[in-house]
Write a protein that binds this ligand. Structure first.
Ligand code: G6P
Length: 366
């Protein structure tokens, strides 16, 4: 049956607002952290691995990039994240003690399926997928799985599938850490509490929509934008730039803020909006000096700042206040205003938001 739009203008907007529920549903059956959330036998597999290889495309690839920060920090296992269409065609060095993780909303993306088969052909048989469709080819092809419960995603630009993938990847991080003997009961309880509170925290962020609409009217006039983030928010900056490109057709690029001086600073003029993700984390002071580099060239900063960063609006520096810093799960909150910014900018430009030109929801051919 067709999914109802209800009070929303587009499916994408509806799906952005469904995220509190989608994340809550994804966590519904999770009573405590255990490898068996990913299937029978997962404990043994997670215990003996010494490497994780994540394969995905598009938005799912950015979910994987975010997870690398979590897994290396909490589970202390080296992670490589590869674009599926590249991995499948390059010579790589296989390691049988690898856990191969594919991430896919549809479970049918041809490049991701082929990359998985390539890894299997190299003798890497411990395979796991995080997927939104339980009957998909990807789920059938992997030994372990976790099904996200985003529900049907209609908009071509992925939103709720992404935040539920991140939720599942955080569960995977904790489950692997536990199997490796690196998760204390106190830390497990703390992380589970933070996850359980996510739906409420996401609800507070979607409520920023009116302020984001005001920004989008400025954005719609530009043909270029830069997105900056650092650490685990760098993949979120990339996802924000991808969303803007996909649906508003504005050229957008993301950079880790420390890399500005190595090139993109040459693009900064008073015509260049620079979206900055400013969580109150260990890199905040570094980020503030990167913001100074932009301001000194007249660039217009649009900053999503955690309330405890105390970043104040001034000439050329626009600020939307996010809630207090949310620790490891902060990327799940910070992506939401970027989804809304892309959405409202596209609406202001009058594009076909749910069906952007040249793109498909699921790419089942190479
Ligand atoms: C297409 C969609 C993207 C999606 C990508 C990967 O390009 O337009 O939104 O991120 O495929 O799809 P998957 O279903 O594998 O997550």
């Amino acid at each position: 049956a067709a999914v109802e739009l209800g009070p929303y203008r587009h499916y994408m907007q509806k799906e952005i607002f469904e995220q509190p529920r989608a994340v809550a549903d994804t966590l519904d059956d999770v009573m405590s952290i255990m490898p068996e959330l990913f299937g029978d036998g997962a404990y043994g597999a997670f215990k003996q691995i010494d490497r994780i290889l994540i394969l995905a495309c598009g938005t799912s690839y950015y979910a994987g990039m975010t997870a690398k920060y979590w897994i290396e920090s909490i589970a202390r296992i080296p992670v490589s994240v590869e674009i599926a269409s590249e991995y499948r065609y390059r010579d790589s060095v296989p390691n049988p003690k690898t856990l191969v993780v594919t991430i896919s909303q549809s479970g049918e993306t041809a490049d991701t399926l082929a990359a998985l088969k390539h890894a299997q052909s190299l003798g890497m048989l411990e395979t796991l997928t995080i997927c939104n469709v339980s009957t998909s080819a990807m789920v059938r092809a992997c030994r372990y799985n976790f099904i996200t419960r985003a529900g049907v995603e209609v908009g071509v630009a992925s939103t709720k599938a992404f935040t539920t993938q991140l939720t599942a990847l955080f569960l995977l991080t904790l489950a692997v850490a536990q199997a490796q003997g690196r998760l204390s009961e106190e830390d497990e309880a703390m992380h589970v509490r933070a996850m359980r509170h996510l739906p409420v925290a996401i609800g507070a962020v979607v409520a920023l929509e009116p302020q984001i609409i005001a920004w989008s009217e400025q954005f719609a006039k530009h043909e270029n934008a830069l997105f900056l983030g650092r650490g685990m928010h760098f993949p979120i900056a990339m996802e924000g730039a991808l969303k803007l490109k996909e649906i508003s057709y504005i050229h957008a690029e993301a950079y880790p803020a420390g890399e500005l001086k190595h090139g993109p600073l040459a693009l900064v003029t008073d015509e260049m909006p620079v979206v900055t993700i400013a969580p109150n984390d260990a890199l905040l002071e570094k980020l503030k000096s990167n913001m100074q580099e932009v301001r000194a060239r007249g660039g217009q900063l649009y900053v999503f700042a955690d309330v405890d960063t105390r970043i104040q609006a001034e000439q050329g520096l626009h600020v939307i206040r996010m809630p207090e810093h949310y620790g490891y799960l902060s990327p799940i909150l910070h992506v939401i205003p970027l989804q809304l910014l892309a959405y409202h900018t596209a609406c202001a430009r009058g594009t076909d938001v749910d069906k952007p030109r040249n793109l498909a929801k699921s790419v089942t051919v190479e």
